[in-house]
Design a protein around this ligand. Structure first.
Ligand code: NAD
Length: 261
């Protein structure tokens, strides 16, 4: 039996990387998927890939920092799919600088995408989950940086820590409506987001790109391995398909042992 048969998932940032992998994995498990991304072309491409397998999917353009766009995208999703059972709040970017060089605009941009985006998508989906009386599962894409800090990432670390507070609150408020909220905390995963960081960090830290990978990114793992998009999708599937409120308000690290909290 498919683990998500009859469910509808709304996944932000699903035009690329981790979000895309989760969209494909959820579709394989029977979920209809709303691929929500700032990049409409990428969203449509992921949706088309899913539709080829005979599972319903739509691409929706949304900037998760826009209240109006998020509300409209969730309405579009509900009209097209009938409901939303699962929200994966995953859209994200990375900007790295030493704190004394961080512009206020970049700080605000980071918090807007990671935190405002999580709040706005949560609020819109929770309203639907309550109205449908079916409840649902909300999953935030945190990071090892929800638990640990690294050089050059002040707003990212701040925002990713913040998601744990949001998930705990949504878990408490959502319980009466059978709404669960959890956070996935991946280590480094080779996606466009990380591939962009390698040369940037090499420049800022004065190291070779190989050294950034070995001596910075994977230094603390138990085996020097990157986490994969498939690893993260498997954890998302576990949270999304878990049947009771026993598993809520939690954060789970998937990082080859980099972080053991
Ligand atoms: P990615 O760059 O491959 O994909 C991110 C997607 O988000 C893109 O499709 C992009 O268009 C979309 N996006 C960006 N801004 C948006 C906005 N304002 N509104 C809607 N969509 C927007 O990156 P990824 O590595 O797959 O990252 C996905 C999430 O996983 C992020 O939240 C990131 O912080 C988190 N994460 C990534 C890693 C990693 O190592 N790659 C590790 C831990 C956590």
């Amino acid at each position: 039996m498919a683990r998500l048969a009859g469910k509808v998932a709304f996944i932000t940032g699903a035009g690329s990387g981790i979000g895309k992998e989760i969209a494909l994995a959820f579709a394989r498990e029977g979920a209809k998927v709303v691929v929500a991304d700032l990049n409409k072309e990428a969203a449509d491409a992921t949706a088309a890939e899913i539709e080829k397998t005979g599972v319903k999917a739509i691409g929706v353009k949304v900037d998760v920092t826009s209240e109006a766009q998020v509300d409209a995208a969730v309405q579009t999703a509900v009209s097209a799919m009938g409901n939303i059972d699962i929200l994966i709040s995953n859209a994200g970017i990375q900007i790295v600088h030493p704190i004394q060089e961080f512009s206020f605009d970049d700080w605000k941009k980071m918090l807007a995408i990671h935190l405002d985006g999580a709040f706005l998508t949560t609020r819109a989906c929770v309203k639907q989950m309550i109205a449908s009386k079916k409840g649902g599962s909300i999953i935030y894409m945190g990071s090892v940086h929800s638990k640990e800090a690294s050089l050059l990432k002040a707003p990212y670390v701040t925002a990713k820590h913040g998601l744990i507070g949001l998930a705990k609150t949504v878990a408490k408020e959502g319980a009466a409506h059978n709404i669960r909220a959890n956070v996935i905390c991946p280590g480094f995963v080779r996606t466009p987001l990380v591939d962009k960081q390698i040369p940037e960090q090499a420049k800022t830290l004065g190291m070779s790109e190989e050294d950034v990978i070995k001596r910075v990114m994977l230094k603390e793992t138990v085996d020097g391995e990157f986490t994969t998009t498939e690893d993260v999708a498997e954890v998302a599937l576990m949270f999304a398909s878990f049947p009771t409120n026993a598993l809520t308000g939690q954060s789970l690290v998937v990082s080859h042992g980099w972080c053991m909290q």
